[in-house]
Design a binder for this molecule. Structure first.
Ligand code: HEC
Ligand code: HEC
Length: 296
């Protein structure tokens, strides 16, 4: 949270300093922290790194389209297009809502998403990866894309081939399990609060799993090619029995996991074993993730 504000509002020397201290191929929005598994080079947990930048100067309040552009490209272009020309979502280039909606309404749409549509909520307190300052910078960038030459809407890529559904009567597949060993921890048995979990998800999980868990970031060197989405979650983890569902999610959150593949760049941190989150925080997160997947 803080690190993002600082990263995106800070003068160039802070960025240069952070990048100089980081691994090869750094991206401004991905802050590496010490690796947690052999070969892992990124963890992308801004909150964990906040302390490192605590001495950096405060954020400037002025929104900057140049800062908004890379945030847009990384987060919004999959649906809205690299030039905001529209792919699976409306064009934001020459868009009437951007031109007439007013900044408060545009900010609100991005921060809260459009429930019932594919547009997710991006603000951290709503389960997204972005801070208020980052969203303001994206709004400033969108204003630069009005009254510009029109572009044809991009053609969506064909959907990735889906796994063939197993025939009826096939044995139930084994649930997905983390690479790291260990039993479910105390969080799986605590009563969680989904509203608190949503804010925690924005702070600790959305950088990798996307806003509301809908968009896994690319993960070069892993067999999957990207971090798994959690909304919808892998069907082998979901379960009618909330206790079983909670334990399935908890195993990953407690112990972390290194994805299969030759050299996955991103791994799932062990939030429980490394005491990055309390038992109650993990319980809140588990309840939120289950709720994203329709569990009561
Ligand atoms: C997973 C796909 C997806 C992603 C990623 C996404 N959006 Fe959207 N967005 C949509 C869809 C679908 C709509 C249309 C919602 C509706 O029908 O009202 C939309 C609508 C919008 C609108 C309102 C447009 C209008 O004409 O009313 C804005 C503004 C917007 N998105 C901004 C963003 C920004 C900024 C980002 C990145 C931070 C982003 N979106 C990322 C799917 C997405
Ligand atoms: C640094 C990036 C990163 C962060 C931050 C992160 N995860 Fe993950 N997560 C991953 C990766 C990579 C995997 C895939 C692990 C594997 O395949 O073994 C994963 C897997 C999972 C899975 C199993 C999903 C599946 O389909 O197998 C769950 C559940 C999960 N994460 C929950 C969370 C929650 C909750 C948080 C926040 C507390 C979180 N993750 C934060 C990277 C991350």
């Amino acid at each position: 949270m803080l690190i993002h504000k600082l990263l995106f509002g800070a003068p160039t020397w802070v960025l240069v300093w952070l990048i100089a201290c980081s691994s090869p191929n750094p991206q401004p929005s991905l802050t590496p922290i010490p690796s947690l598994a052999p070969g892992a080079t990124e963890t992308l947990v801004p909150a964990i790194q906040a302390a490192a930048a605590a001495t950096a100067p405060a954020v400037s309040a002025k929104a900057d389209p140049a800062i908004g552009e890379p945030i847009f490209l990384k987060n919004c272009s999959p649906c809205h297009g690299t030039r905001a020309e529209g792919v699976t979502a409306p064009a934001l280039r020459n868009n009437t809502f951007i031109q007439t909606g007013g900044d408060q309404a545009i900010f609100g749409t991005i921060a809260n998403g459009r429930p019932g549509t594919a547009m997710p909520a991006w603000l951290q307190t709503n389960g997204g990866p972005l801070t208020e300052v980052q969203i303001s910078n994206v709004v400033a960038f969108l204003h630069k894309l009005q009254n510009v030459p029109p572009l044809p809407t991009a053609t969506p890529l064909p959907p990735a081939p889906t796994e063939t559904p197993s025939p009826p009567n096939a044995p139930t597949p084994e649930p997905a399990r983390p690479s790291n060993p260990g039993a479910p921890g105390p969080a799986a048995l605590l009563k969680g609060d989904a509203a608190r979990g949503r804010g925690l998800f924005g702070t600790y999980c959305a950088t990798c799993h996307g806003p509301e868990g809908v968009q896994g970031v690319p993960n070069p060197g892993s067999d999957d090619g990207s971090v798994p989405v959690l909304n919808p979650i892998d069907p082998t983890l979901a379960n009618q029995d909330p206790k079983v569902f909670a334990a399935n999610v908890d195993l990953f959150v407690e112990h972390g996991s290194t994805p299969s593949g030759p050299s996955p760049r991103i791994i799932m941190p062990a939030f429980g074993d490394l005491k990055l989150l309390t038992d109650q925080q993990r319980a809140d997160l588990i309840t939120y993730v289950m709720g994203l997947n329709g569990a009561k």
